[in-house]
Design a protein around this ligand. Structure first.
Ligand code: THU
Length: 139
């Protein structure tokens, strides 16, 4: 991916942190999901007083896109930190990796973890979710 494209995703993911609803953890997470259609779907984490209904930023972005009929994706960028200040990378939780596995080719889908415009690393889904269970396993 081009650096300018990566930095655009980082900027949008960081902006999304301002929408995080996090009265319990105060840990803001923003995501920017790039569709193969070129559109970017933002997402934030949304917590809940009962805790388990909490939705991560990555899944919010995926579910927004999928609920609009979009199922093909190139990359996702995740930015997070306590009180909305990214101090290190915020890697996606196992549930979010599994949601990525449902819609994305593990060999190609890129996960960008960032703490700033010049502070990022890229990973392939296959490396963050080795031997994942996907739709083909049900064939
Ligand atoms: N969180 C995310 O949004 N994405 C992840 O992949 C990891 C965790 C959120 C959930 C919760 O609101 C807060 O971070 C602390 O766990």
């Amino acid at each position: 991916m081009e650096k300018s494209q990566i930095q655009k995703l980082i900027r949008i993911a960081a902006e999304q942190m301002s929408y995080s609803y996090v009265p319990y953890s105060h840990f803001h997470v923003g995501a920017a999901l790039l569709g193969k259609n070129g559109k970017i779907y933002g997402g934030c984490n949304i917590e809940n007083a009962a805790y388990t209904p909490t939705n991560c930023a990555e899944r919010t972005a995926f579910f927004k896109a999928v609920s609009e009929g979009v199922r093909d994706f190139t990359a996702i960028c995740v930015v997070g930190g306590k009180d909305g200040v990214p101090r290190s990378y915020a890697p996606p939780c196992g549930v979010c990796r599994q949601v990525m596995r449902e819609f994305c080719d593990p060999e190609k889908f890129v996960i960008i973890l960032a703490a700033g415009p010049e502070d990022y690393e890229t990973f392939l889904l296959k490396d963050l979710l080795p031997m994942g269970f996907g739709p083909e396993n049900l064939d």
